[in-house]
Write a protein that binds this ligand. Structure first.
Ligand code: ADP
Length: 640
């Protein structure tokens, strides 16, 4: 019989399939099962709309059989079947909608096509990833004759008359010989196949039957010494349904307990801890969908590495069409795991680029709101749990605010937490502002390396003495974050290093200004003694018991300087971001009196004092000295 040729575009795809180096070959089974399920759907639908067809829903089934001797896997269904003409039309060309996508991309290379396979599969043709020959025996419903379609690959296919007991279709895949790169024979094992069904097709609504090997402990004919029969383990096979059919997220809320959900989460997403929150959604409207989402309690090991794949599992009509659909999750919630199923995505979803799907966007927006509300509930109702969660994933929110230049402030500000100097625990901005007295103008923060170093900053003393709390920020992006957020509600943020701290009474400041005017010459002298290290030396109005503190002027703080210094050369691009340092001196401190005295009597000594004071300020700011040896030498000199 003359071989018929595949249409050109199908041939190209087929070539790819046959020579596929694609690692995700296993999806072939999902594709073939989906087709079988569709074929049953079609017949079922015909039965609904045409009362001549007296079919019983319970009789519909899909069967998987393995014949290791022949090296074959057969997937059978009792669906609508195909006539010879339909085989010609359906199996001779690549699926219509799929071909559309393929045409769009056909200027690109194999890589692009493999990407399509990766995301959606390409239906029937994927069988050629694992089979050297595919035989389809099909009898259309209502026809007496069956036909056999057969192909060994890109060189074409044949269709001839055949026979089949009842209507339906068998797809017989003769598995390729093992090669060094690929072990195709693994698919000739019932256990492998059944785990693939579990992974991809567990929720196909029709039962999938397969022979399952089991063991039982049975009596043998042999007798034991006491005359009773010996027992032994025996393998036996049973033909049973291997898919669970109705997924947990499709079951009504009142039928599923919180524990059921948690168990499902742990099994499905390989976590041993219960999730911090379970979110169930059943939405009807422009787009209907069901979702079961989980907020993990702790970050998986690879979370902050590029190995972590964000996204929700996307199902349509019981079939997993994407394992990590990241278009469903905004970046700030990329830690959320879960499942979304929508009948509105229909079977066509697999034939279009999901990322641009309008319905998917609607679902994504709705999911985003649900997640946020759930987290806000946790903030209010279970602070302990939320704090633990926040320590694992909070950084994500901060980056999200930065990446959106603060545009999503309203959505995210109430999910943020910061360390409170007062409470010695994480608090929200709402907590902070609610605890503020009427006289307090600003939300104070200090940014630096550690909570311990920040608590000891000399310039925090006066603020704390007023009874005001200070947020102690230790992530290197925190100060940028504060700049983006600018404040919370009516209140603005204020760094403890700011020139204007908004502290009453104003006399303190006036006093400092007076002292500054009276000591101009001395302050200039100190600045010069530090040989370019300082942008200014000023009289401070912030200090209580500390002699000096280090602050900055201009847009770059010490923290930002440290952050920029930590960037890899490639990112920094040779640019050096330096903070303009300001040495603030406490005019009421005895160190200042000594400095002043030395300035009047012995300039060399005064210059040493200036350097020592600067060193103290640097150390108090929690940053390393530029010249430790020099500092130590000065100290020893002082002790003489
Ligand atoms: P798709 O399923 O996306 O249409 P496929 O390449 O998987 O693309 O299948 C092509 C067509 O072949 C299907 O649309 C269907 O009409 C037909 N077909 C495939 N498998 C079966 C089957 N088991 N029973 C009936 N028709 C089938």
């Amino acid at each position: 019989m003359a071989k018929k040729q595949f249409k050109a575009e199908s041939k190209r795809l087929l070539d790819l399939m046959i020579n596929s180096i694609y690692t995700n070959r296993e999806i072939f089974l999902r594709e073939i099962i989906s087709n079988a399920s569709d074929a049953i759907d079609k017949l079922c639908y015909a039965a609904l709309t045409d009362d001549k067809i007296g079919l019983n829903r319970d009789d519909f089934r899909i069967d998987i059989k393995v014949d290791p001797e022949l090296g074959q896997i057969t997937v059978s269904d009792n669906g609508i079947g195909m006539t010879a003409a339909e085989m010609e039309q359906n199996l001779g060309v690549i699926a219509k909608s799929g071909s559309l996508q393929f045409k769009k991309d056909n200027t690109d290379t194999a890589e692009k096509a493999l990407d399509i396979i990766g995301q959606f599969g390409v239906g029937f043709y994927s069988a050629f990833m694992i089979a050297s020959k595919v035989t389809v025996v099909s009898r259309a419903y209502g026809e007496a004759e069956a036909n056999i379609w057969e192909s060994t690959g890109a060189d074409g296919y044949t269709i001839k008359a055949g026979s089949r007991d009842t209507w339906g279709t068998d797809v017989i895949m003769t598995i390729k010989e093992d090669t060094e790169e690929a072990e195709y024979s693994e698919y000739l094992d019932n256990n492998t196949l059944s785990s693939l069904v579990k992974k991809y097709s567990d929720y196909v609504r029709w039962p999938i039957y397969m022979d399952v090997t089991k063991s039982r402990y049975v009596e043998t004919e042999e007798l034991k010494e006491d005359g009773t029969k010996k027992k032994e383990w025996q393998d036996y096979t049973e033909n049973e349904v291997i898919n669970s059919r109705v997924p947990i997220w499709q079951r009504p809320k009142n039928e599923v307990t919180e524990d059921d959900c948690k168990e499902f989460y742990k099994k499905q997403f390989y976590d041993f801890e219960d999730p911090a929150a379970v979110i169930r959604v059943s939405a009807e409207g422009t787009v209907s969908y069901k979702a079961m989402l989980f907020v993990p309690a702790a970050a998986p090991n690879n979370y902050y590495s590029k190995d972590y794949e964000a996204g929700l599992q996307l199902y349509s009509s019981g079939v997993m069409i994407m394992e990590h659909c990241d278009a469903l999750l905004p970046d700030q919630f990329r830690f959320v795991r879960g499942v979304v199923e929508s009948p509105d995505l229909s079977l066509n979803i697999s034939r279009e680029l999901l990322q641009h799907d309008r319905q998917l966007k609607v679902i994504a927006n709705s999911i985003e709101k649900k997640i946020r509300n759930e987290l806000l509930k946790l903030v209010e109702n279970d602070r302990e749990k939320y704090t633990k969660f926040y320590q694992a994933f909070g950084l994500q929110f901060k980056y999200a605010v930065l990446n959106a230049y603060g545009g999503n402030k309203d959505q995210l500000q109430d999910l943020l937490m910061f360390w409170s100097a007062e409470k010695e625990s994480f608090i929200t901005l709402k907590d902070y502002t609610e605890a503020m007295g009427e006289d307090q103008k600003f939300i104070y923060f200090a940014a630096g390396e550690s909570v311990a170093a920040l608590s000891a900053l000399p310039q925090t003393e006066r603020i704390r003495a007023k009874g005001y709390d200070i947020l102690l920020l230790t992530d290197n992006i925190d100060e940028f974050l504060m700049n983006m957020l600018t404040g919370y509600g009516e209140k603005s943020f204020c760094s403890v290093n700011a020139e204007e701290l908004g502290l009453e009474p104003a006399e303190e400041k006036q006093k400092a200004e007076g002292a500054e005017a009276g000591n101009k010459e001395l302050l200039t002298f100190v600045k010069e003694a530090l040989e370019g290290k300082l942008a200014a030396c000023v009289i401070s109005h912030k200090l209580v018991s500390g002699a000096v503190c280090l602050t900055t002027q201009g847009g770059i703080s010490l923290e930002m300087e440290r952050y920029f210094a930590s960037l890899p050369e490639a990112v920094a691009g040779g640019q050096v971001m330096k903070a303009e340092r300001v040495l603030e001196i406490n005019p009421d401190h005895e160190a200042f009196a000594s400095l002043k005295k030395a300035f009047e009597e012995d300039r060399e000594k005064a210059a040493d004092y200036a350097r020592l004071l600067y060193g103290m300020a640097v150390l108090a700011a929690g940053i390393p000295l530029e010249d430790t040896a020099e500092f130590n030498r000065l100290l020893c000199k002082l002790m003489k």
